[in-house]
Design a protein around this ligand. Sequence first.
Ligand SMILES: [Zn+2]
Length: 204
Amino acid sequence: MPEPDIGNRPFTGFPFGLSKTTYEQELRYLPTAELEDALEVKRWLAIEPECTEPQVQRYFAYQIEVILAELHRRRVLQRNRRDHPLVPAWNGGDLRNNRERIERVKARWPIELFLTQSLGCKLIPKRNRQFVTNCPLPYHDDSTPSFHVDTVKNVGYCFGCQRGGDVIELTRWLLNNGTFMDALIALEQEGQTYDRINTRSITR
Ligand SMILES: [Zn+2]
């Protein structure tokens, strides 16, 4: 993979006052496997026909560059100083535990269930198991359905406010830019509530 060049080019295209630096800092808390997933999702979204606007394309291009730069940084750190304190702990034994938690949360909350049950969204069918709905994310008063949902990829993306991702990423937005772990814990707790409600209705 070629080394990413994030250079000195100024970029002000991140919405809601998020800067490239903020985005870079946020990525440092994500496990490597999640970064690789995010990269795949961004690359997939970037070739969607709805994403033809140059501004949107530019936004994706920068996100992809920043993710590649972070992955590269980790590879270099791991290669040079395997026990360097800046190498996220997630690359060690914790990764497997978190990976299981991530899978559990995603299995518990498929995107369509999360949107309808947890956020009260009304999903309008589109094509190939895709839907649109009004954007449920904070700071976006969406009068037309701008939020696109792909139940196969298990992701959603808003073409109005240019935010989206899987349930964990969406929860981070809902928690007002919460950390990855905040979102994971919130979803696990919601899942437990959902379990209890289900059990109750079954035993009645
Ligand atoms: Zn939106």
